[in-house]
Design a protein around this ligand. Structure first.
Ligand code: ZN
Length: 416
């Protein structure tokens, strides 16, 4: 048995010790029984691993190199550039890219990743590579795969059949991109078929939904209605929904009531959408975010995600969820002290609920011993200082452990 003492545990203020037997938490509390190994955390902040529920591992680093930059900075140029590039894609290339991306995220405390995988490819190259990787890496990272019709469910010939095959191969989630179809009607029809297909395969749903500034883009309303009728809201996620940040309040209030009923989930990608959206605006300039705070207050799960790492859509990104959280809470005005105390939910528990891994997630007796340690005392200090992850533990063992930063040379007058 292993015991971590002097921990400041997120959401469990009354406990300071964690006892682990084999790969599971045995007990959380005070004055727990002795263990063979005792690790003193010296008051540091402990929380469940970061969750990144929206990433594109098959594109990672595709935007690096001469001539690869997205000149206009828009979603549509990103899709065109990827479409040209992916014709020469091999399984090996996807595997290499994905491993680099996973390494980046793991090294920053992420242990759960939902990745979209482009299936508008006759060979399903990305899906084949990632299905293998999901199994190969399952002891160090929980990967979920979304069958994502990047070039459109109808717009790309044969996408419907490819999506069916991807789900048959074991994709966990059915994706979609209705705002990219050529008409509103086709967008609606794509959602109907995707929802039916997901239910047929017992898969979850995660749609790139209204990723634009158009207040009249109303696929969120359609998606919500479809899954509400089938009681499928908790299995469904609307990603992005940037346009919901631009709609009029009376419409938003009506929709919030319906979201409360359906219990549909939301994922917002604050850095990516701050970069992509508002490109047609002069001033005031919109910031690409959905109504994060209102959705949270409404009782819906909302998670933040990285989305891209140096691909055709976004030139930055490094898998650092603290950076995503920091940007997201600023853009969403989620910065009241009470909000800061629970803001980590946006990159931990909410994402776990959205991925529906919540039964095995969290610092509780009986659950897999997965957690991270931050160089801070509590959530407020961790966010204010953008605290670094000092350790990541998976199934009771360290994935990594590092020393807190120290100065090699001390500034003289600061010496005590
Ligand atoms: Zn995406």
């Amino acid at each position: 048995m292993k015991k971590f003492i002097n921990a400041s545990i997120y959401g469990v203020p009354e406990s300071s010790e964690i006892l682990i037997e084999n790969d599971r938490f045995k007990a959380i509390g005070h004055h727990l029984p002795d263990a063979d190994e005792v690790i003193d955390l010296e008051g540091r902040f402990v929380l469940p691993p970061y969750v990144d529920p929206h990433l594109h591992l098959d594109y990672i680093f595709s935007g690096l190199g001469e001539g690869n930059a997205n000149v206009s900075g828009t979603l549509f140029e990103g899709i065109q550039r990827w479409s040209d590039n992916k014709k020469s894609l091999t399984e090996e290339m996807v595997r290499e890219r994905a491993i680099k991306g996973i390494q980046k995220e793991l090294s920053k405390g992420v242990q759960y990743i939902r990745t979209h995988v482009d299936i508008t490819d006759p060979h399903l190259t990305g899906m084949k590579a990632l299905v293998k990787l999901r199994e190969e890496l399952k002891d160090i990272v929980t990967l979920q795969l979304v069958a994502f019709p990047q070039e459109g469910f109808f717009r790309y010939e044969g996408a419907e059949d490819l999506m069916d095959r991807a789900l048959e191969m074991g994709a966990d989630v059915a994706g979609g991109i209705p705002h990219f179809e050529i008409s509103y009607e086709q967008g609606v029809e794509s959602l109907k078929r995707i929802v039916d297909m997901a239910i047929k395969y017992n898969a979850m749903i995660d749609i790139h939904c209204d990723e634009n500034d158009d207040p009249n883009s109303r696929f969120l309303e359609v998606l919500n209605a479809l899954v509400m009728e089938k009681n499928y809201g908790p299995y469904t996620t609307a990603s992005h929904t940037c346009s919901f940040g631009s709609v009029e309040n009376s419409y938003a209030n009506k929709m919030l009531g319906l979201f409360r009923e359906s219990q549909i989930n939301f994922i917002s990608c604050p850095t990516e959408n701050a970069h992509l959206q508002g490109r047609g605006d002069t001033y005031p300039k919109r910031r690409g975010l959905t109504r994060v705070k209102e959705l949270l207050n409404n009782g819906n799960h909302v998670a933040f995600a990285q989305d891209s790492i140096a691909d055709y859509w976004y030139p930055l990104g490094n898998g650092n969820m603290m950076n995503i959280l920091d940007n997201g809470i600023h853009l969403a005005h989620y910065t009241h002290i009470d909000e800061l105390h629970k803001a980590f939910d946006l990159i931990t528990y909410h994402g776990a609920n959205i991925m529906r891994v919540h039964d095995d997630y969290g610092i509780e007796a009986g659950k897999p011993a997965n957690f991270i340690v931050l160089d801070a005392r509590d959530s407020y200090e961790a966010i204010r200082e953008r605290a670094e992850v000092l350790a990541s533990v998976r199934n009771g063992d360290y994935l990594f452990k590092r020393e807190p930063r120290k100065n090699e040379v001390e500034i003289d007058f600061l010496k005590q």
